[in-house]
Write a protein that binds this ligand. Structure first.
Ligand code: ATP
Length: 248
């Protein structure tokens, strides 16, 4: 059976401040139920691609000037971020962005603010998040600003899960975290993907870990996709090994 494409980005161009051309025709497809990785170095355009999808570019004076973005085959190019959340797409931004003055649990509950399915369902999902992230259960009464970087990253992902999304756009989950913690977070992403069926599009500079957990990868360089393929093929590709995995 053919896998449904949830998100389709077709040849988009993004310009910041009306002059800086950052994406020069990026196309990609995200299949339902998969983990798709957007790879590439600093400034390649990964964050910009995610923000174009979730319609977060406006606040940065960025604009999609060409191409199209479809979610479930419907154009979403001019939806606002709240409408994307309603469609089932949430972004976990780079740098985690928890509310520092709220507790971990209050942060998680803010993720449920758009839901109307009642307190019992929300309480159940809070337990689900704590089951995925036992560390957050231990820290649930702590003010987020005083928790570690890893705990804040978990909190940001947990908060996204509380909106019961179909798709999570995850920006640079490994940033600033020790290798062991990065591994742990990717393991959790994998089990959320497998057990809850949540689709992921994740941006990562850490090619090594991303290609071990993702099913498919796109490599961006200076605002263009230069290579894409199943993660297993990319891992074996000579150029990828040399330039992104640090082997030769
Ligand atoms: P990083 O890992 O650093 O986030 P990235 O691949 O996600 O890298 P982007 O953040 O998408 O890359 O940035 C791509 C390019 O766009 C960079 O050259 C960056 O300087 C530029 N850029 C990003 N945001 C803006 C902005 N608000 N105004 C102008 N230029 C921007």
């Amino acid at each position: 059976a053919q896998v449904e494409t949830l998100l389709e980005v077709n040849n988009i161009e993004v310009i910041y401040n009306s002059v800086i051309l950052v994406l020069k025709g990026v196309s990609l497809k995200v299949p339902k139920g998969g983990i798709t990785a957007l790879l590439g170095g600093n400034g390649a355009g990964k964050t910009t691609t995610l923000k174009a999808v979730s319609n977060l570019l406006h606040s940065e004076r960025g604009e999609v000037t060409k191409g199209s973005i479809k979610y479930r085959n419907e154009p979403v190019h001019s939806s606002d971020p709240a409408e994307m959340v309603k469609r089932g797409v949430v972004q976990v931004m780079e740098g985690r962005h928890c509310f520092e003055h709220l507790t971990i649990e209050e942060n998680l509950l803010t993720g449920a603010y758009t839901r109307s399915d009642g307190k019992a369902a929300i309480a159940r999902d809070l337990e689900m998040v704590y089951d995925y992230f036992p560390r957050l259960r231990e820290r649930r009464k702590s003010q987020a600003g005083y928790t570690s970087g890893g705990e804040q990253q978990m909190c940001a992902i947990g908060r996204a899960l509380m909106s019961r999304p179909e798709t999570i756009l995850l920006d640079e989950p490994s940033m600033g975290l020790a290798p062991q913690l990065v591994e742990q977070i990717f393991e959790i992403v994998k089990s959320v993907n497998e057990n809850e069926g949540v689709t992921f599009l994740l941006a990562e500079q850490n090619t090594n870990v991303a290609l071990r957990f993702a099913h498919y990868g796109y490599i961006l360089e200076s605002g263009r996709v230069v290579m894409d393929g199943p993660a297993a093929d990319l891992r074996e590709n000579q150029d990828v090994k040399e330039f992104y995995l640090g082997m030769s």
